[in-house]
Write a protein that binds this ligand. Structure first.
Ligand code: PLP
Length: 350
């Protein structure tokens, strides 16, 4: 087989499975944004931002919400509100708010991370959490916060584990934060309301621009007094936005129209997994939500990656691939993608 190199750009992108962040606003979302009532939110005048904050708080069972431009800023603001300079947070090695946010908590918050290894299900084993809590001694940073993430790597944390971890944190006087960028997916997979997954945490960060399809935005939910401090950090970090109702309305539209269908992404991910696992060269890990992890036979991995790209199918990785389903890849897109994969393995069908 001879294909151009893996860096070849596709002629056109047909199906983009790299992430659930790649969705574009729908015409209906754009129309809602254009009609949004806006004001200066830094002055407290934007009705639409306030409505989004209140609606998200209600949906997740919290007193109040705070709209931020990104999930990264939302996590950082939460960590800086829970922890002071010289405090420490317990967090997973693979957690977004440790590994994927440029070290912001340490750089900007003077907060020390204490990363821990994950168990296979994504959880942080309770005995290791307990062992990582430092005694009150000037040698150590003050252990102040437990940060979990749900879903993590497409996996749903077992609810009984979350309850035990929260109880452990409470026993040791730690605050708790949930990075719930994809909390919606956890709730859909468990068949429960979002508030069930959020319950018991002191703060939860939620993304509107992942599975829900808004162009941008995150909401941090928690108690009112917590969020009034968080609002100061948001301003200091440059997250005070003026006529932000345009963006908030996209989030409201996403909650109303896209949240109810998020389970379809899980069905599509399973269809994709079933289809891909028919090929001996592809090993697909069990799928819980909207992410597939596929190990490709090293003998064909590079050629397969180039082929997909040439066909306009975008994914992450080469021998270890990640495929993510979302609003912009429907069941027909899955079927078409599987036909393209079949044609790779059986060139007679090309
Ligand atoms: C994407 C993501 C974030 C950050 O969101 P951005 O809006 O991209 O900054 C935080 N946590 C998790 C788990 C994410 O997947």
């Amino acid at each position: 087989m001879s294909y151009p190199t893996a860096s070849a750009t596709p002629q056109r992108v047909l199906y983009d499975f790299r992430s659930d962040t790649v969705t574009r606003p729908t015409p209906a979302m754009l129309a809602a944004m254009a009609a949004a009532e806006v004001g200066d939110d830094v002055w407290g005048d934007d009705y639409t931002v306030q409505a989004l904050e209140a609606e998200t708080a209600e949906l997740t069972g919290f007193e109040a919400g705070l709209f931020l431009p990104s999930g990264t800023q939302s996590n950082l603001v939460a960590l800086m509100t829970h922890c002071q300079r010289g405090d420490e947070y317990l967090v997973g090695q693979l957690a977004h708010c440790y590994r994927w946010e440029g070290g912001g908590a340490a750089v900007l918050g003077s907060i020390q991370p204490q990363p821990l290894e994950h168990a296979a299900d994504g959880s942080l084993p309770l005995d290791q959490l307990e062992a990582a809590i430092k005694p009150d001694d000037p040698h150590f940073a003050r252990t102040r916060l437990l940060a979990l993430e749900n879903t993590i790597g497409g996996k749903v944390l077992p609810p009984a584990y979350v309850a035990d971890a929260l109880a452990l944190a409470r026993r040791h006087g730690l605050a708790t934060h949930l990075d719930g960028a994809r909390l919606w997916n956890a709730a859909a997979a468990l068949g429960v309301a979002p508030a069930e997954v959020a319950r018991g945490f002191d703060s939860v960060s939620l993304c509107l621009s992942k599975g829900l399809g808004a162009p941008v935005g995150s909401v941090l939910v928690g108690r009112k007094d917590f969020l009034s401090q968080a609002r100061r950090w948001r301003k200091m970090l440059g997250g005070g936005m003026r006529q932000a109702g345009l963006l908030a309305e996209a989030g409201r539209h996403a909650l109303r129209h896209h949240l109810p269908r998020i389970g379809e992404d899980h069905v599509n991910a399973r269809l994709l997994a079933e289809g891909l696992s028919r090929f001996a060269a592809l090993t697909v890990a069990p799928v819980q939500t909207n992410m597939l992890f596929v190990s490709v036979d090293p003998a064909i991995a590079a050629d397969f990656a180039v082929y997909l790209r040439q066909q306009g199918v975008l994914i992450s990785g080469v021998a270890q691939q990640r495929w993510v389903t979302h609003l912009d890849v429907d069941a027909a897109a899955i079927a078409a993608t599987l036909r393209l994969v079949e044609a790779f393995f059986d060139p007679a069908k090309r």
